[in-house]
Design a protein. Structure first.
Length: 318
């Protein structure tokens, strides 16, 4: 596992330096290339799902060593001398003054962004309306130049107004997306790569302990990921079987979560990507075993949804 030594640029984090897993990077698109993000500011998922900006100082696989480096940074920052690494006696690659100036500038930018995001939590968002007759004050973002007054050029003012309105809209959308995805604990993990279906690692671990068979684990995951109403009003694929021709066909349950559960269990049981053994006979055995397990999972989940529907019907009749 790759770890990151980061310097927090937000005053809301009590620590100055921390070591976090690379999976804590908020942007999944850059998470796999953590080593290329040295000296860059990224959003880190911190405790209780909160997101704070931080500068990545170093990366590595040795978490203990990075914590020693964090202590070193903390001590050397106090005395104002970070030109020499006391542990390895290597000269730091980035000049001290330039690095400090860059970190200060990054901290200021991050704080400005944080202020904007915090302001979006209010339900009272200012509605900028170009048709209003009231006096309009153009907000300033970062180091942008102040817009000209109405008397100096109405056209320029309208252009800046539209630009600021678009930025405001993008920030609001970003905030809502972050709140939706990370309004849970910082132990959130993706059930299956690329599915965006998340579950707490502690919950998943307890399910594995309580589920002696893959089919039971599949049922338990469905209970966790779907509501009781969803389970009782949907079928697995929305198809009518020959055995139940006379019954009403229920709509298909959410395919993203359904496939995430099935693919996770297949991978967990060792049936992820097909191995390149070069042995056709062995590959055939692998494919057959994977297909058998997949059919068992589909069968047990279909039965499970029918059972949940029957429970709901019996409960309504009482």
């Amino acid at each position: 596992m790759t770890f990151l030594l980061v310097e927090w640029v937000s005053k809301k984090v009590p620590k100055e330096y921390s070591v976090v897993p690379a999976e804590s990077i908020e942007d999944g698109a850059i998470r796999q290339n953590a080593k290329s993000l040295i000296n860059q500011i990224v959003s880190i998922i911190w405790k209780k799902g909160k997101i704070f900006p931080a500068v990545i100082l170093e990366t590595g696989d040795d978490e203990k060593h990075l914590w020693e480096r964090a202590d070193f940074y903390g001590e050397t920052t106090k005395v104002g001398d970070i030109s020499t690494n006391k542990r390895s006696h290597e000269i730091l690659e980035v000049p001290v003054k330039k690095k400090q100036a860059r970190l200060v500038a990054g901290r200021e930018r991050a704080n400005a962004i944080q202020v904007v995001l915090d302001s979006l939590e209010s339900d009272q968002i200012i509605d900028l309306n170009p048709d209003t007759n009231s006096s309009v004050q153009t907000p300033t973002i970062g180091d942008e130049e102040e817009g000209p007054t109405l008397g100096e050029g109405t056209t320029n003012f309208k252009e800046k107004y539209q630009s600021l309105k678009e930025k405001h809209k993008r920030l609001k959308q970003k905030y809502r997306e972050l709140k939706r995805r990370f309004d849970q604990s910082d132990n959130n993990i993706e059930l299956f790569d690329g599915s965006d279906v998340r579950i707490e690692s502690s919950v998943l671990a307890s399910m594995r302990v309580m589920s002696p068979k893959p089919t039971i684990l599949a049922r338990n995951l469905f209970r966790q990921l779907f509501s009781a109403e969803e389970l009782s009003n949907h079928s697995l694929f929305g198809k009518k079987s020959n055995a139940n021709r006379g019954r009403e066909t229920l709509p298909e349950i959410d395919s993203v979560r359904r496939d995430a559960v099935i693919n996770f269990i297949l991978k967990d049981e060792g049936f992820g990507e097909a191995p390149e053994t070069g042995n056709p006979a062995a590959d055939k055995v692998f494919i057959k075993a994977k297909k058998t397990l997949k059919n068992e999972l589909r069968k047990t989940l279909s039965e499970f949804l029918r059972e949940e529907k029957a429970k709901a019907r019996d409960g309504n009749n009482q």
